[in-house]
Design a protein around this ligand. Structure first.
Ligand SMILES: NC(=O)c1ccc[n+]([C@@H]2O[C@H](COP(=O)([O-])OP(=O)(O)OC[C@H]3O[C@@H](n4cnc5c(N)ncnc54)[C@H](OP(=O)(O)O)[C@@H]3O)[C@@H](O)[C@H]2O)c1
Length: 259
């Protein structure tokens, strides 16, 4: 059974409790086993006017160096760190915790057609064994073999609207013992996760900068009424150099489809 209703997500917010639930859920032979999907934190840096990057896709760096170290500290608290193929293509991130002590989390790239090139930082320089690619049937076999030969894991998942089914991805990560995932972007992945109500916690670094037009942090969620806004609870607001870190638990409005 995959636990993913909104109320259960809230109950699973506490990361320690969630890990305990996973451990106690690992039942013996013949017993029903409960697989808890990982808790999901979405974290990104945005300008005051809600931009993740310039219109040309440049985002390094929106936040100041203190905030970057904080982001690496947050990475180190999670079992896995996830980004979309667009971010890998544009930023070529290493997805490590090099600015703080700690172990590198599992790197997860959501990449339906496996378009990430072999020289990307998540595959080169010895990084491949710590990287998992979530793909769909449209990823060519030749590319899968190439990426596997470098040492990375390729996980083929059902597609939803032509892209990786994100609920299936979290279920598969839960099956592999991943208790917490930090998603760092970009815009399309963040939007899809919020639309699918899969985000438990938001940790947003707000930099005192204004870009005007640019890539929006969160795209269309289909919300047309203020009463249907997603809200944050248990919010903390902490200064970090010139930036502010806003951290809170995501609460979703009642879904009319569940009435
Ligand atoms: N300021 C920050 O903190 C920050 C952080 C990260 C990124 N960024 C910026 O964000 C920009 C990249 O964002 P982006 O929106 O273009 O790319 P993205 O969200 O990183 O990746 C989107 C891609 O992921 C793949 N994907 C597979 N399944 C998906 C699903 N179910 N839902 C959504 N995406 C799925 C799709 O490519 P396929 O169809 O090929 O699978 C999709 O085009 C860059 O400019 C980067 O600099 C900023």
């Amino acid at each position: 059974m995959i636990v993913d209703s909104v109320s259960q997500q809230r109950a699973c917010y506490d990361l320690c409790k969630l890990k305990d639930a996973w451990r106690t859920g690992a039942a013996g032979v013949g017993e029903a086993r409960t697989v808890v999907r990982p808790s999901v934190t979405v974290s990104y840096a945005q300008t005051l006017d809600g931009r993740l990057a310039t219109a040309g896709g440049s985002s390094q760096w929106i936040s100041a160096s203190d905030s970057l170290a904080l982001a690496h500290g947050l990475r180190a608290e999670h079992d896995a760190i996830m980004v979309g193929a667009g971010t890998v293509s544009k930023d070529d991130p290493r997805l490590t915790v090099r600015l703080v002590p700690g172990r590198d989390p599992l790197r997860v790239v959501v990449d339906s057609s496996l378009r990430t090139p072999p020289d990307a930082s998540v595959l080169s320089g010895g990084a491949a064994p710590g990287t998992l690619f979530a793909v769909t049937d449209c990823a060519p076999n030749g590319r899968r073999e190439e990426v596997r030969s470098l040492g990375a894991t390729v996980l083929c998942l059902p597609d939803a609207g032509g892209r990786v089914d994100l609920s299936a991805l979290f279920a598969a990560l839960g099956e592999r013992g991943v208790g917490s995932v930090m998603v760092e972007g970009g815009s399309e992945l963040i939007t899809a996760l919020l639309r699918d109500r899969l985000v438990d916690r938001l940790a947003v670094c707000v930099a005192p900068k204004i870009l005007g037009s640019g890539i929006e942090a969160v795209g269309d969620l289909g919300i047309r009424d203020l009463d249907h806004s997603l809200t944050l609870a248990d919010v903390t607001l902490s200064p970090c150099g010139p930036d502010f870190l806003l951290d809170g638990r995501v609460e979703y409005p009642e879904d009319p489809r569940e009435r």
